[in-house]
Structures are given as structure tokens and as C-alpha cells.
Write a protein that binds this ligand. Sequence first.
Ligand code: FAD
Ligand code: FES
Length: 328
Amino acid sequence: MDYYKEQEHLLNMSEQSLLHTRGLFDAVVTAHKQIGLNFHKLKLTFSGEGAKAFAACKPGQFAELDASSVPLPPEEKIPAELLDVSGRNILLRRPFSFTDVTVHGDKTIVDILYCVVGPATLRLTTMQTGSVISVIGPLGNGFYIPNGKKFALLIAGGMGTPPLQHLAKFLATNHQDIQVIVFAGAKSKIDLPIDGRLDEISMELGFSLPEFARYGIESIIATDDGSIGYKGFITDCFIQWLKENNLSPKDVIIYACGPEKMLARTAKIALERKFDCQVSMERRMACGTGLCQGCAVECKLPDAGGKVYKMCCQDGPVFKSSEIVFAD
Ligand SMILES: Cc1cc2nc3c(=O)[nH]c(=O)nc-3n(C[C@H](O)[C@H](O)[C@H](O)COP(=O)(O)OP(=O)(O)OC[C@H]3O[C@@H](n4cnc5c(N)ncnc54)[C@H](O)[C@@H]3O)c2cc1C
Ligand code: FES
């Protein structure tokens, strides 16, 4: 069987074997807007069983969207760097996490923030209010909130922000005893995936990002080029903050999502300071349900010093940072 046929076969098998808590649903687009130059926010509304399944989902879980039958934008709206790949058939669904999930009577609305990087996300841009898209989800494990923590430190790099927005809201609503602080990094100001104005007064007060400020959550920004906030990597900014704020390891949990190098650096910081840390990993995904074995994450075996491969879509995407073998 050739590769794509095999993937299609696995996908059909996975679609048939979905558990009660997740499923294959149609969602209706109820809002879609561009944010800044690079980002788009899609509101997907689920009814019936889909509404029930997504109402119960946890921050850090994700869904697989089928963009195969979504039309392409007209050629003049296709960025030059994507002209070559834009016509490619979309054989596999693409994974997206959620910035927010809200229940409205018998409907559940899932917010997705995405960046156009290839043929599937390019097609998503043409979806309009009333368009229907096929979605498998909610998938994966989501973030775990251990008992007894006083500080949740959220480290977001570039497009790693979406699941941490969902987590921040969840913590602010359900764990008011935990103080949440967000550290968000990007290459430059325009690469920060936020929907709102960055003004100097909010920056000085520490409520830089409106997405988090609306829940009373402080946020600290770093950009590689210094166009806003700390100049340098978000992990360096985080180390500086930790030096100024002497926190006890038993009180702290770190949650991180972003480029793998940033996750590796965050894991090292956590290890050196004995902080609990969970990282949301990214892998290219096909089935999204553990069947195709295509999204392996190399992990350490507890105690033995050996290695084992876990599936990002099923065992993750959230892992304890201490179990991941990061590339050097
Ligand atoms: C659990 C999870 C949650 C995600 N959540 C979001 C989200 O909220 N918003 C969002 O914009 N994107 C998210 N992504 C990434 C998104 O699924 C990919 O960017 C997707 O492949 C885009 O499809 P495309 O056809 O437009 O581009 P593609 O042609 O698939 O990819 C474009 C480029 O990105 C690289 N790439 C794609 N996926 C990955 C990956 N997983 N890891 C490393 N490199 C990759 C490809 O190699 C290629 O160079 C998530 C991914 C995962 C695994
Ligand atoms: S995407 Fe198929 S096993 Fe993870």
C-alpha cells in the first residue's frame, strides 16, 4: 500500500474507533477575522454530540481539521512564498489547539488562532461565516494541574500562545489560589499572536497582553529584536525574573508551549531549579489518535536510563519536561 493510501486507511480506522469522549463532527464557522499581519482567529460552533464533547475538553487538547475541500484564495491573495505549495492536495488533517472554549446553551464555541504557513492554513483563510468544516476532537491529554501550587509560570514562544491562553483563563477561573504569570516571546512585535493594542501604560503595569490582562493576569514580553519588551530570548528574560523572585520549587509549576529549542531551554531551567514543568510538544500528525505511529516523541524511561517512543497525539501533546529527550 503506498504511503498516502496507508494514511487514508489508518485515518478511516481511527475515525471508526473514536471513543465516546471525542468524535468526528461538523463545525460551523461563526466568526473569522484577521489579527495583525500574520494571524487569523476562527470561531467554530458545535451542536449536539460535538457540543458535548468539546464542552468537556481541557486546555492543551487539540483537534484535527480537514481543510481538503476548503477552496484556495485567488492567486493574487496567495503569499509569494506559498505559490509553489498552494495547489498541493491536503491529504491529512492538521492539528490545532484552542485559545478558548465556551458553552452557550446547547452549543459549544471553540476559538482557534492560526498562522498561514502552508496549503492547509492558506485554505482556512477563505472560510466564511456559515462555512462548515469537519473536525476530529478533542484529542490528546491536555495540561495537568497538580495540587498545592501557588505560582503557574506560562512560557509561550510565537505560535505556542494559543493553548496557554486557554490554560490561563482556566486557572484564573477555577484555581484562584494560583498566581499566574505569562512570559511571551516572539521574533519581533508583529510576530506576537495577540488581538489587541500594546500600549506603554499597560506594559509598565505588567499587563501587556490584553488576552491575559482581561483575567487579571500579568504578562511579560520579550522579542529577539527588542521591538517590544525585553530584548532577547524569552527564556533569558524568564531566568532574570526568577533571579529577582525567589520562589520555592514546591510552589511552582511551569507550563510551556513553543519552538522545541525554547522548550528544551525551559526544561533545563526547570531541572536546575527543581521546578515541576510541563511542555506541549509539536509533531507532524496524521491520524491524531495513536494509530499511525507517525508522531513519535523520544522519552526517557523512568529510572532505567533507557529510551522509549511515545505518541505526541495520544500520550501528549503535553509531557513532563523531565521525560523528554530533546535534540542537542
Ligand atoms: C498539538 C498541535 C497544536 C497546534 N496548534 C496550532 C495552533 O493553535 N495554531 C497554528 O497556527 N498552528 C498550530 N499547530 C501547527 C499546525 O498544525 C501546522 O502548522 C500545520 O501543519 C499547518 O498546515 P499547512 O498545510 O498550512 O502547512 P504545512 O505544509 O503542513 O507546514 C508548513 C511548514 O511547517 C512545518 N510544520 C508543520 N507542522 C509542524 C509541526 N507539528 N512541527 C514542526 N514543523 C511543522 C512543515 O514542515 C512546513 O515546513 C499545532 C500543531 C500541533 C501538533
Ligand atoms: S498522528 Fe498518528 S499516531 Fe500520532
